[in-house]
Design a protein. Structure first.
Length: 363
């Protein structure tokens, strides 16, 4: 059987990691995409002998990619950034059933909300979240009726465990240096100030249909514990694995190929890797807004994503101090809170387009 695999966002860190693995293990990738990095895409196509490649910022390539999505695809990876992929998954779901949909794009999941998860179930496709926290819950059989609380974990980024650093004026080099994970700039900024945990909690709520008031986050420095489930019977489940995204990336492939598990050092069970703590550091202002942010409606959650991305641009262009990123986000959220009826993919995409124009972003 020929397995047709598509990677949306192959030129990013996750896409590169996945292509390196598939190449070494003789797994054929059929199609790859990027948005702007056409030079790297061209090199990947040649190096890994990819059949199809598409630069999605190009109108003709985008049209051709939509046509490709109308054919049977066994595995489709969403490893890109931004909610524009909502249009691609919507088109894909019209023509594909019983395929594997692997997603590391939190913007798409949050933008799609319950509508996206409902459509995936109706088309009998298999959804696999690739972010480590959500992936760790995949086999847990959780639902609103059997859990008291779910905690995802944060590693603390570059600053939480370095109490001497004054966050009022840190340079971007420090912000963009994560001690545990290799990520893009947007994820690195979000990880440094815990905004990523707010977005990941929204994401978890939609994926597993768990109310926001039953989800929170803790800090676990070694990034070995990815989630903790507190069940109604007061038992706890700690979900742990090595902090390497190749583990989550290989899960979709395991439906069609024999995947050898990674070797794990047994010492992980005997040292400080299981330490967890409640985040209480006053330097991180996002902690003061958790209750408010967990009450935001769907349209305001989307606004938060886009305003946050705009704040990144301001910070990286030296127009906003690092310590004012969260203040700016909250001032914008509170100034223009809105409830917009978002009951179709087209209405969601129109709403996002209007916000992108307003904030000059591309989320």
């Amino acid at each position: 059987m020929s397995v047709k695999i598509i990677i949306i966002g192959s030129t990013g860190k996750l896409g590169t990691k996945l292509l390196n693995y598939t190449s070494k293990n003789s797994i054929k990738i059929y199609g790859i995409t990027c948005y702007t990095n056409d030079k790297k895409l061209k090199n990947q196509k040649k190096r890994y002998k990819i059949t199809k490649s598409y630069v999605l910022s190009n109108i003709d390539d985008r049209k051709n990619f939509f046509s490709l999505l109308e054919k049977k695809i066994n595995i489709i990876y969403f490893l890109d950034f931004g909610s524009q992929s909502l249009a691609y998954i919507n088109h894909f779901l019209k023509f594909n059933k019983r395929s594997i949909i692997a997603v590391a794009n939190k913007e798409m999941i949050i933008a799609g909300g319950h509508l996206l998860q409902s459509k995936i179930k109706k088309t009998k496709n298999i959804f696999i979240p690739l972010d480590s926290e959500h992936f760790s819950l995949l086999n847990s059989n959780i639902n609103n009726n059997n859990v008291k609380k779910i905690f995802i974990t944060a590693s603390g980024g570059p600053f939480y465990f370095n109490k001497k650093i004054n966050l009022n004026n840190v340079n971007s080099k420090l912000v963009l240096s994560h001690p545990k994970w290799k990520m893009g700039k947007n994820n690195l900024i979000d990880s440094s100030n815990f905004v990523n945990k707010i977005l990941e909690i929204y994401e978890l709520s939609y994926i597993y249909n768990i109310p926001l008031n039953k989800i929170d986050f803790l800090v676990s420095k070694e990034a070995y514990i990815h989630s903790i489930i507190h069940y109604n019977d007061n038992t706890l489940s700690f979900n742990c694995f090595l902090n390497d995204m190749i583990i989550t990336l290989l899960k979709p492939l395991s439906f069609f190929y024999e995947i050898k598990p990674m070797r794990m050092n047994q010492n992980y069970f005997y040292n400080d890797n299981l330490n967890i703590e409640k985040p209480i550091d006053k330097r991180f202002s996002i902690l003061n807004y958790r209750k408010q942010l967990f009450k935001l409606n769907h349209s305001d959650q989307i606004r938060l994503m886009i305003i946050n991305n705009f704040a990144h641009k301001l910070y990286l262009s030296n127009k906003l101090q690092y310590s004012n990123i969260v203040k700016y986000i909250m001032s914008e959220i509170n100034r223009n809170s809105m409830t917009v009826k978002l009951n179709t993919f087209n209405s969601i995409l129109r709403f996002i387009s209007s916000l992108n124009k307003k904030y000059k972003t591309n989320v």
